[in-house]
Design a protein around this ligand. Structure first.
Ligand code: G16
Length: 558
């Protein structure tokens, strides 16, 4: 690093001292904490983003959001050149940078990292970082801190994209790096055009016109706002938006996280909505769940979670692949040996995994966090990943897309307008509708709606694909959540010693019992998940394991 760069960095970082006594880590989805302590962290992530852009010679994204967390929290995360999450190889540097105690040490740390990574700082290079934020009130000043961090690296330019959903920013980064125009309007147009394409390909006879309106809970966040814009360019779908943020508080008894965890109707819904097809987005619109309220039942719902969205997508894609491979003896020349795999986490309801396996699909598990699921799904020609909480997407390989392109325009097929050609066109439309960078509630919602129309299914028919095993999730506040260390895709606790044996003993008391605990990467809690054959048993198992966590790690034990 030359003297000029060193002094700019020294000067700017001295204006963003870290809060004393706070240690942050780049968790499941970047840094998250109470917004009041994040100025320094976000400034420093600005530096990291600039270095990442210089290193990769690509556009990088920086998003200010704490997604499902409460409104007083905020956070920051990086989108890599592919539009995916920051490479895990840079996470240790992110941690070190966020926690370095003063400016002198910060300059030294950056200097060492620049040398180690061979980042071309001295040459006049340009780095471009797209910035986005959700609707949190703290977002604006944190975005300023990010800009300051970016501009403390010579040649780095911050482009403020304003208020966006997290998936929109990831999408823009991906397509800018492919040399394409990727404005917000391009995003909306791509979604609505590919949705239209899927609707136009619905076989005659499906009940396209009998679909009633969809009611969407916007979590009082950015998702509702953006859905309003999308609605204007969308045809063939009647959407009513609730909790669009004009009055209520972000994520306060609204949104996908609340609906999925509590299994109750969010605020803003009336008894008259019972039985209707409803969807819920989370605070930054990267998660989606569906539900329908049960009449006269104390706000209880039938939840249609990420696992069931995954199952619907898997079923549809499998159907298209089998149409494509049905070549009447021509298999050798015309079929593509596409691998299809689904990725879940330990939170996946056991009934969903059984169902997917029963469909003949390969099901694999990773730890929680899109960064793990995405990486695994990318190993297949078609990889579908979903967390039960509604975060997921579909990845299609370049090889398969090229083959589909060829199939969709093959003259022998087009002349007949064959079923195979339509199946190829449907899969191509899915690849354009679904966000290839990250889970996206808006594009996911349109794909669900297109498939339901294709099948002629109501939400109730969809929900009948299989019956969820009763489950319960709890949070336990502990002294130090990092004291919990897990293995085997988070299904086993290896530390503290003895707790796993105690959990096993408790679980063994319940038919179809399954239970695990893990430290959250976005909140200061340990999460407990329990599943059993009845609601009461799942509740009891979750409660007794929560007590175990408290005994081993809680404030009472210290
Ligand atoms: C983030 C991650 C998800 C993860 C969720 C909860 O979601 O993107 O992969 O499931 O946090 O993580 P944890 O249980 O570690 O707190 P979001 O929607 O908050 O960005």
């Amino acid at each position: 690093m030359n003297e000029k760069q060193r002094s700019i960095l020294l000067d700017s970082s001295s204006r963003f001292p870290p809060p004393p006594g706070v240690k942050l880590s780049y968790g499941t989805a970047g840094f998250r904490a109470d917004a009041t302590i994040l100025q320094s962290t976000v400034f420093r992530v600005g530096i990291l983003a600039a270095l990442r852009s210089l290193k990769t010679q690509s556009v990088i994204g920086l998003m200010i959001t704490a997604s499902h967390n409460k409104v007083s929290d905020n956070g920051v995360k990086i989108a890599d050149p592919s539009g995916g999450m920051l490479t895990q190889a840079w996470e240790p540097f992110a941690d070190a940078l966020a926690n370095v105690p003063d400016s002198l040490h910060l300059v030294q740390l950056v200097d060492d990292f620049v040398m180690k990574e061979n980042i071309p700082l001295e040459v006049v290079q340009s780095a471009v970082i797209l910035l986005g934020r959700d609707t949190r009130p703290s977002g604006e000043s944190l975005l300023e801190a990010a800009k300051q961090g970016i501009s403390s690296i010579v040649g780095a330019v911050a482009v403020d994209m304003g208020v966006l959903t997290t998936p929109q920013l990831h999408w823009m980064v991906r397509f800018r790096n492919k040399g394409m125009k990727a404005t917000e309007m391009d995003y909306f147009n791509q979604l609505s055009n590919s949705f239209r394409c899927l609707i136009d390909l619905i076989p005659p006879g499906s009940s396209v016109n009998v679909m009633d309106k969809l009611i969407v809970d916007g979590a009082n966040g950015v998702g509702g706002e953006k859905l309003q814009v999308l609605k204007k360019v969308l045809h063939g779908l009647d959407i009513q938006i609730r909790n669009s943020g004009k009055e209520g508080v972000l994520n306060d008894e609204v949104g996908a996280d609340y609906v999925q965890k509590e299994k109750v109707v969010p605020r803003g819904f009336a008894p008259a909505d019972a039985g209707m097809r409803c969807a819920s987005l989370d605070g930054d619109a990267d998660r989606l769940v569906y539900f329908s309220a049960i009449q006269n039942s104390n706000n209880r719902i039938r939840l249609v979670d990420g696992d069931k969205i995954l199952s619907l997508f898997a079923l549809f894609i499998k159907e298209q692949l089998s149409i494509l491979n049905d070549n009447e003896g021509d298999r050798e020349t015309n079929s593509y040996p596409a691998t299809l795999g689904v990725v879940q986490t330990a939170y996946a309801n056991g009934a969903s995994t059984d169902y997917l396996k029963h469909l003949g699909l390969e099901v694999v598990f990773t730890p929680t966090g899109v960064k793990y699921l995405h990486e695994k799904a990318a190993e297949y020609d078609i990889g579908i990943y979903f967390e039960a909480n509604g975060h997921g997407t579909i990845l299609l390989s370049e090889g398969l897309l090229q083959w589909l392109d060829g199939r969709s325009s093959e003259p022998s097929l087009t002349s007949k307008g064959s079923e195979q050609q339509k199946a190829a066109l449907r899969l191509l439309a899915v690849s354009k509708l679904i966000n290839p960078a990250v889970g996206d509630a808006l594009s996911g919602l349109l794909l669900v709606e297109a498939i339901l129309q294709h099948m002629g299914w109501s939400i109730h028919r969809w929900n009948e694909l299989y019956h969820d095993l009763p489950s319960r999730q709890l949070k336990v506040k502990v002294v130090e959540r990092s004291a919990v260390v897990t293995a085997n895709a988070e299904t086993v606790v290896v530390r503290p010693l003895g707790i796993q044996e105690a959990i096993n003993a408790e679980t063994a008391k319940y038919p179809r019992g399954r239970c695990f605990v893990r430290p959250s990467g976005t909140e200061d809690v340990v999460r407990v998940y329990a599943e059993a054959s009845t609601e009461e048993a799942a509740d009891n198992l979750a409660n007794s394991v929560a007590q175990l966590v408290d005994q081993f790690l809680g404030f009472r034990s210290s």
